[in-house]
Design a protein around this ligand. Structure first.
Ligand SMILES: Nc1ncnc2c1ncn2[C@@H]1O[C@H](COP(=O)(O)OP(=O)(O)OP(=O)(O)O)[C@@H](O)[C@H]1O
Length: 750
């Protein structure tokens, strides 16, 4: 947006207009307005009052669930009334406590316990989500994971006793880490031994440092003769990758280890330049990484010795499966692989895709656990009151939780519209979702981190991994699609042993998840929050009054967007005219999937998100009927031709990749190994451990660093690769001969 044209500017202008309109009509305030101002505090008093006829149709377009006509007076998880799960006396007290506190507008103590024995009983008889593990599954896991006896029993109390090098200890001290968290104490020694790891520990327990520290320690012993990217850390979102990059850089500030960031939404060209310097550690999101593999000259993952996946269970989901397979294929087989998540899967079928080598399972907390000091509150939304969600949220944010709050929405549209309502009510909020540009996304995060805004209105884009200091409250405007997402969302607070609170607006359709959340929580820390109906009614009226203003803002925003779009198109055309030759001479960009395959993968991802049980691998999905059935002959032929062209481009890119490989220098680590004096008794072992990275370790034994075992016959794989290369070169020759001109022309940028 241009200066003076941002959404915040439009909202501010609209707010001033509404206020001016209101003050004109404020000559004789009505009784109800006075009452509102007495009850509520701060910004709410300034908020525009109703000066028009009430609008019965609350058409804010906010996405709410449920069917208003389908009234069920019982419910809220138990089929009982409002105070479900409480003994009668307790229930009364709870509601009274809440009401008195809401009225005084104070923060904090308005909670009551929920989750009585009756609730639990029903849980067990009714919606128990966890499936019993069969003997067969247990047996498979036993065979797949390394035996527990393989992991060191002794756990270090401090980093100082972990045999880490001085620069690493200094880095840890600089960020204030003295004692390792449990996952760090268990992971670091095993990771230094070069073993594959499946690590799971509750949100906010320090998993990032658990994998960054051993990586840095090992990199201290790398050969420095030629720069090589040896470590790849994959993250599911750009924000998380940027955060991981920053944490790693801080921990490495006393070393000479270099880092490269490879994420979508930021300048591709500058990333390409950075990648050419071959930083030691690459931190990437899958899509942009594949783009570089396919389209950046001389960039390969051939020297990756350690592959790490943060939020691995998310990355193994169908939406990412095909991309991940492509990346794993591009990494050497003889690598160390480490997977981490708070909701780490131990599903062998899923893990097999990562071709792990007898991974060590380091599961610190149950995969269903939430942070120890998290208070989980639930606000009941009755079925016929679904439209009250915005009012409930505004009541919570205006009266009780006023600072450092993340609010999660299921849709981008809902988050965006709530941003306008918050703005019109004078609440300082930033939005974070996929409809924003990367610059806008980062700016929102920055505003929230710096405390310039009190609320971050986000979709699940922000639910995983983000570590923002001092978030006191997480509010779920809707329950998320599954319990794992719920864990990640509420895990944005109560991190690193701190206190935190989540407030979830739970409707009738959320019964199952609600029960699951209560079942997995410490019952003392589960609360039922009641907001008095008259407060909700007042806020609902507020929201209704703002309907028109929101619509106007949206219209203005749309106009602005259209204008910007037109300007952009104009600039683009001018550029095309000016630099036509250069632009058309660039090689067409390639992608490893066809558009259809990509869509199928995205759809599969969405389906898995909505119903994890129905997971289906995108790459194994086969169309049920002829894809071309029902099409005219001409259309069918056109599509077939276009697919053939896509195939050509794909093999073209594979050929380029093979050519790049042929040009690359011999592994530096091999040179280092040749020079290094070897003890005769070690020679046998070294043959087996053909992993370049471990060879760089000058004195691994001292540091508790052991070489990684080689997996899969390198020589056999090498032979296969050579054959592939020959085949591709042949193909490339053919391509150049017949179709190269035709296909590049067809796929030039427009
Ligand atoms: N050893 C330590 N001592 C003190 N604080 C630590 C230590 N390790 C990590 N932390 C802090 O704990 C917080 C959470 O760490 P981190 O983001 O790595 O958690 P996580 O387990 O990856 O969480 P999530 O599952 O949400 O991604 C960070 O603010 C970090 O600075």
């Amino acid at each position: 947006m241009q200066p003076g044209m941002s959404l915040d500017d439009i909202i501010a202008r609209k707010r001033t207009q509404v206020k001016a309109k209101k003050s004109k009509k404020m000559v004789t305030p009505v009784e109800e307005e006075k009452e509102v101002n007495e009850d509520d505090e701060g910004e709410y008093q300034e908020a525009p009052d109703s000066d028009e006829e009430g609008d019965d149709d609350n058409d804010m377009g906010i996405e709410v669930e449920g069917d208003d006509e389908d009234v069920d007076e019982g419910g809220f998880g138990t089929g009982r009334d409002e105070d479900a799960g409480l003994e009668d006396d307790e229930a009364e007290e709870a509601v009274l406590e809440d009401e008195s506190d809401e009225e005084s507008g104070s923060e904090g103590s308005e909670e009551s316990d929920e989750g009585s024995e009756e609730e639990e009983d029903e849980d067990e008889s009714d919606g128990d989500e966890e499936e019993e593990e069969s003997e067969y599954q247990k047996e498979r896991k036993r065979a797949y994971f390394a035996p527990e006896s393989d992991t060191p029993v002794e756990v270090a109390e401090t980093f100082a006793t972990m045999n880490l090098s001085r620069p690493i200890l200094k880095g840890l001290a600089q960020v204030g880490f003295v004692q390792p968290t449990q996952i760090q104490a268990r992971t670091i020694p095993v990771a230094l031994m070069g073993k594959d790891i499946c690590g799971g520990a509750v949100t906010g327990s320090g998993k990032t440092a658990a994998f960054v520290v051993p990586v840095l320690e090992r990199l201290l012993y790398r050969s420095r003769q030629t720069a090589t990217s040896r470590v790849l850390i994959l993250c599911p979102t750009r924000e998380l990758a940027i955060q991981c990059h920053s944490v790693a850089q801080k921990l490495a500030s006393f070393t000479d280890i270099t880092f490269g960031l490879c994420v979508g939404g930021l300048s591709r060209n500058s990333q390409e330049v950075q990648l050419r310097t071959r930083p030691d550690v690459l931190i990437a999101t899958p899509g942009r990484l594949i783009d570089h593999i396919l389209n950046s000259q001389s960039f390969t993952l051939d020297h990756i010795d350690i592959l790490i996946m943060d939020e691995a269970d998310r990355m193994l989901e169908d939406g990412f499966a095909a991309e991940l397979a492509e990346i794993v294929k591009a990494c050497p087989q003889s690598r160390q692989t480490m997977l981490f998540s708070a909701t780490m899967t131990d599903n062998v079928d899923e893990l097999i895709r990562m071709s792990l080598n007898r991974p060590v399972r380091l599961q610190i907390d149950s995969a269903n656990a939430t942070a120890a000091r998290l208070v989980q509150e639930f606000v009941r939304i009755r079925q016929h009151r679904e439209e009250d969600r915005p009012a409930v949220l505004l009541a919570l944010c205006s009266r009780t939780f006023k600072h450092r709050v993340i609010v999660f929405f299921r849709s981008k549209a809902a988050a965006h519209q709530m941003k306008m309502i918050f703005g019109l009510m004078g609440l300082h909020a930033a939005e974070l979702h996929g409809n924003l540009t990367q610059e806008q996304r980062l700016a929102s995060l920055e505003e929230f981190r710096d405390g310039r805004v009190d609320f971050l209105l986000a979709t699940d884009l922000a639910s995983r991994g983000l570590d923002i200091k001092g978030i006191d409250t997480v509010i779920n405007f809707n329950m998320p699609q599954n319990y794992a997402i719920y864990q990640h969302r509420v895990g944005r607070t109560a991190r690193a042993g701190r206190n935190g609170r989540s407030v979830t607006l739970a409707g009738e359709n959320d019964r199952k998840l609600l029960k699951l959340a209560i079942k997995n929580a410490d019952k003392k820390l589960v609360k039922h929050r009641v907001i008095p109906q008259d407060v909700i009614t007042r806020y609902r009226e507020r929201v209704q009054d703002l309907t028109e203003s929101v619509k106007e803002i949206m219209a203005e925003e749309k106009e602005e967007k259209a204008l910007r779009q037109a300007e952009m198109e104009m600039k683009k055309s001018q550029n095309l005219l000016k630099h036509e030759d250069e632009i058309y001479s660039r090689p067409a960009k390639t992608w490893f999937q066809t558009a259809g395959e990509k869509k199928m993968a995205t759809d599969a991802g969405k389906a898995a998100l909505n119903d994890p049980k129905k997971r289906k691998s995108a790459d194994t999905d086969s169309p049920k009927r002829d894809r071309f059935a029902g099409m005219s002959r001409a259309k069918r032929r056109r599509l077939q031709l276009s697919e053939e062209d896509q195939m050509d481009i794909k093999s073209h890119s594979v050929a380029i990749k093979s050519a790049k490989k042929a040009l690359k220098p011999t592994k530096i680590t091999k040179l280092a190994a040749e020079k290094a004096p070897t003890k005769p008794q070690d020679q046998k072992k070294k043959k087996k451990r053909d992993v370049d990275f471990s060879r760089d370790l000058a004195d691994g034994s001292k540091k508790g660093v052991v070489a990684v075992k080689k997996r899969g016959g390198e020589s056999k794989r090498g032979r296969e690769k050579k054959d592939e290369k020959k085949e591709h070169r042949g193909k490339l020759g053919k391509l150049r001969g017949n179709k190269a001109f035709k296909s590049t022309k067809k796929h030039k940028r427009r």
